[in-house]
Design a protein around this ligand. Sequence first.
Ligand SMILES: *Cc1c(COP(=O)(O)O)cnc(C)c1O
Length: 356
Amino acid sequence: MAAFTLENIVRNNIKKLIPYSSARSEFEGEAQIFLDANENSLGSVLNNNFHRYPDPLQKKLKEKLSAVKQVAVENIFIGNGSDEAIDLLIRAFCNPGKDSIIICPPTYGMYEVSAEINDVAVKKVLLTSNFQLDIEAINEAIDDATKVIFVCSPNNPTGNLINNDSIIWLLKNFNGIVVIDEAYIDFTNKLSWSHLLNTFPNLVVLQTLSKAWGLAGLRIGFAFASKEIIQILNKIKPPYNISESVQQLAQQALQNETLAKEKTNILVQQKERLIDDFKQFYFIQTIYPSDANFILIQVNNAATLYKYLLSKAIVVRNRSSQPLCENCLRITVGTPAENDDLITTLKKYSNEKNLC
Ligand SMILES: *Cc1c(COP(=O)(O)O)cnc(C)c1O
């Protein structure tokens, strides 16, 4: 395979694209009177300052994020959730009806959905039985049309980290984009792959405020990549993809890293406690190790247990339809009280099922 060059991999129409130039991006500086953007000069109907368009490149937010994540501002893209970054990556690099991505099920569902929306083919190379990458099979699946490989680590729904060696292999040998989705990285002690951006020009790392930072409702996700890749994402994103209110709240959030870490520690402790408690139940056959804030378990009958929990107002995720996940439920770690309730309910289920 030829070596990776961005030139070879960006779609031609994107290369040629002259991006929309917004009023806010054309004028940067100090002015008193803003008559350039057709905003409402009389102000907002709410008692705040949201009558102006937000900063299209979220400069202040990126500066805060840069300090927290140790990633240079020029290497940061901010999206309306990581889901926006996933979609933009596919659109930047994959020609509809022609190119393909590789995903490794069981894994996060949005890679496939985004590809399908964009009429991009999805090649599936299953994880091995211990939920690691099957590098030989991936190597065979790669062809000239393969532009992006998505790797989720820690993986959703299995919960495990993907081995360094296989990720390094991909970064070195695949001449397309390797996306490492680190939505759950903050629940591990592992260093982010973002520290290797200078070594691997084809590396894109995804992170989010939705999990460890407790801000799924804000819709803030990050892509960390080379300056050149970030420029492409900026070129094709909707100009004002992050609202002013969300930019402000996200900046506040990043000042509370200590609190995020405290919450993360509690969730990790609670996860260990749940794993211990699960061991007493005869109907739980496998408790998969987890580096995230959820646990995948294999039970004797996932549909029955799922319905039972729902009848007690507890909703978990039935992942049984995913390959390698037969009879598997994915359970998010709750508050200590919610976890107590879950275990009490599982005990009831255990007793009721033993009787009949
Ligand atoms: C939750 C999750 C995300 C987060 O997506 P957002 O759009 O940022 O909320 C991304 N990837 C994976 C694997 C996830 O589980």
